[in-house]
Write a protein that binds this ligand. Structure first.
Ligand code: A1D88
Length: 264
């Protein structure tokens, strides 16, 4: 699979020890190309090796989205079961690297945060939203694919099994206040300007605290969530990705029509 280059699609800056990644494709609701995923993981590894960096903020350009998930047009290149497995392995590796980034990671979320975008947010340590934030996993409505075991287990860890099913089965996006009540968000601020300021303040606050306490807590919380091997979920992934329904979902989304599901 050819990866588009990240270029300006993912912006990276460091100010006073606080690193910031901005997903920068506002015209596509900051949908993630493979190159953007890969660059995000690469930055996490750079941060792990640079003790001068104390915290990382992830955010989306504009006020309409944090990230809408994987760029759906990239799924067109899927031809074989191996393509689906390679994709899942790649995203799992990226999200695992993000989740294990040495420093506290704060997601500053305005607008839509869906699919893989919500998966990214679930890997972060703290999530701050605005009144416009909408979060969820609409794939049962939009695409007919399925989340990886590790993605699902992170959502379960945040909101519990029953609410995870409610979100995915109903394919609904929850508004900011409900996301806060569910535990998908830690805090909601009024608007985007306040959001960026609040993310900076939060990053500075946590960066002023004992790094080893934060690192140990982060790792302990990660270990409490049962770590499943990717192989345990491969049969589920393949069943969805190799289905007629997935082709239908992708075609319907890209052609702006409603999909017709057949269950095969
Ligand atoms: C393991 C993880 C797997 C995945 O992540 S699979 C992908 C899962 N994500 C989704 O299913 C979300 C799909 N997108 C949406 O449901 C909606 O969008 C939003 C709720 C995120 C935003 O809605 P609104 O604000 O009304 O924007 P709009 O008019 O739907 O989209 C604006 C432009 O952005 C493109 N776009 C949005 N999301 C994606 C995407 N994920 N991949 C590729 N393009 C996307 C659209 O097509 C359109 O484009 P144009 O302006 O050319 O018509």
């Amino acid at each position: 699979m050819n990866a588009p280059t990240a270029n300006e699609d993912l912006l990276y800056s460091i100010t006073d020890g606080i690193a910031r990644i901005t997903f920068n494709r506002p015209q596509a609701r900051n949908a993630m190309t493979f190159a953007m995923y890969d660059r995000m993981a690469e930055i996490c590894l750079e941060i792990n090796a640079d003790r001068s960096i104390k915290a990382l903020i992830l955010t989306g350009a504009g006020d309409k989205a944090f990230a809408s998930g994987t760029d759906i047009s990239q799924f067109r290149a899927f031809k074989t079961a191996q393509d689906a497995l390679d994709y899942e392995a790649r995203i799992d590796r990226v999200l695992g690297t993000l989740e294990q980034c040495r420093v506290p990671v704060i997601a500053a979320i305005a607008g839509a945060c869906t699919g893989g975008g919500a998966g990214i947010a679930a890997c972060c340590d703290l999530r701050i939203g605005t009144e416009t934030t909408r979060m969820g996993f609409p794939i049962a409505r939009t695409l007919g694919n399925c989340l990886s075991m590790s993605n699902i287990s992170r959502v379960v860890a945040l909101v519990g099994p029953a609410r995870t099913k409610d979100l995915i089965f109903k394919a609904r996006l929850v508004e900011a206040q409900e996301a806060l009540a569910l535990g998908l968000l830690n805090e909601v601020v009024p608007d985007v300007e306040t959001l960026q300021r609040r993310a900076d303040e939060t990053a500075k606050l946590v960066a002023s605290h004992a790094p080893l306490t934060l690192e140990a807590t982060k790792e302990a919380v990660r270990r409490i969530r049962r770590t499943l091997s990717r192989e345990e979920g491969e049969d589920l992934i393949l069943k969805a990705y190799m289905s007629e329904d997935f082709r239908e979902g992708m075609d319907a989304f890209l052609n702006k029509r409603s999909p017709v599901w057949k269950g095969r």
